[in-house]
Design a protein around this ligand. Structure first.
Ligand SMILES: *Cc1c(COP(=O)(O)O)cnc(C)c1O
Length: 387
């Protein structure tokens, strides 16, 4: 392919006339900061789309996760059970609370937190203190919450997840960063956790430019989330009753978010169609396999791509380099938390699936406006660079 060929990016926002209209409204009304009508509207649109009665918008997904963990009561020296195979922001949000991740494996079949392993690890490595707290034996720390990650926008069996948490009296804060539009057997994903957090970063299902949202069921809890994210102000006379955070979203971000939410169905349909086309075109190639496919169980199909199984084939980093020569952006995927400097010493279970998987993943272009012709170019180029 010549160097003049159009560059095909991995996953970029898709904006247009509706976003422009709402942004202009912000400027014309001068509501460009944290006050303005789009924020409330945005929270309502997301809450309704995700089956949650309450929503609190935040500046990013990461600040949303941090605030959600604080809201649920995660604090200094606690442990939070979570998969090692995730974007670093999940672990960082735990660390921002002064807590430490207790890293577990994912299942080979869906890349989601291995709930059976969580059960076994709790049984083997924790005990219930007389005061009711669940204590991790090796560190003496309290286990404060479970943070499942809805990898690739796929949620887990929500009932199994809630049953596990209930057996151990643990709250669930779900990292649903890329799960906007996802369901489990027709049920909205927000039903699976006490609090769920979506990211509206530029590479997610829908964007605010940057932004996040906390979804929840309990009104008092969500009031606390609102309080914590808005500097914990109690009155207009500069009175505050906690160490609060300025994690508010701006009206400008929310304006983009409202426009994107009105287009959500189209975005999710596009993501699923892209996944289905890659699967149909690439599944037969020897030595590779496709991403776990749960579109029929309601995955939002955030990213698409391949897993390079045969070690004789070029590794994902090399495929990425070769595809760049075709003016196509394809990337390696999450390096797990236990291999990252800040979490190298975090307690962890055996991680055989994560260890075997992470370095073999290659993500392929999947922006929601990817045309069939562009995707055909990606498929042809991938076939070429694999050999
Ligand atoms: C994107 C992402 C986040 C962080 O969201 P930001 O809005 O970028 O702060 C957290 N967890 C996962 C799994 C993500 O993919």
């Amino acid at each position: 392919m010549s160097s003049e060929a159009e560059f095909i990016p991995l996953a970029i926002p898709v904006t247009g006339a509706l976003e422009a209209k709402y942004l202009l409204e912000c400027v014309e009304t001068n509501f460009v900061s944290t006050v303005g009508p789009f924020t409330t509207r945005f929270e309502g649109l997301v809450a309704e789309a995700c089956g949650a009665p309450h929503a609190v918008a935040t500046s990013t997904g990461t600040t949303g996760l941090h605030a959600a963990l604080m809201t649920i009561g995660v604090g200094r020296d606690d442990l939070v059970i979570m998969p090692s195979f995730t974007f670093i922001a999940s672990a960082n949000s735990v660390a921002h609370c002064g807590a430490t991740p207790w890293l577990m494996d994912v299942r080979a079949e869906d890349w989601l937190l291995d709930l059976d392993q969580v059960e076994r690890e709790i049984a083997a490595s924790a005990y219930r203190h007389r005061d009711g707290r669940l204590i991790h034996k090796a560190t003496g720390r309290r286990v404060a919450a479970i943070m499942p990650v809805y990898t690739l926008g796929t949620c887990t069996d929500l009932e199994a997840q809630r049953a596990l948490a209930a057996r151990h009296n643990l709250p669930i804060v779900a990292d649903a960063a890329a799960a906007l539009g996802a369901t489990w057997r027709g049920r909205p994903f927000a039903e699976g956790a006490d609090l769920s957090v979506i990211s509206f970063n530029g590479n997610k299902i829908a964007t605010c430019g940057g932004g996040g949202i906390i979804l929840g069921h309990d009104e008092a809890m969500m009031k606390l989330a609102r309080h914590l994210t808005t500097t914990a102000r109690t009155a207009a006379d500069y009175s505050f009753d906690m160490v609060g955070y300025n994690y508010r979203i701006t009206n400008v971000q929310a304006a983009i978010g409202c426009a994107q939410m009105e287009r959500l169905e189209g975005f999710v349909a596009a993501k699923r169609a892209i996944r289905a086309r890659y699967d149909a075109a690439l599944a037969g190639i020897p030595g590779i396999s496709m991403f776990p496919n749960h579109a029929n169980e309601g995955s939002a199909c955030w990213f698409s791509g391949i897993v390079v199984d045969d070690p004789k084939l070029p590794a994902p980093a090399e495929l990425s380099r070769r595809l760049r020569e075709h003016r196509i952006e394809a990337r390696t995927f999450w390096k797990p938390a236990h291999l990252q400097t800040p979490y190298a010493l975090a307690p962890r279970a055996d991680l055989p699936v994560t260890e075997a998987l992470w370095a073999r993943v290659l993500t392929l272009p999947c922006s929601t406006d990817l045309s069939e012709a562009q995707q055909a170019r990606v498929i042809a180029a991938l076939r070429e660079v694999l050999h």
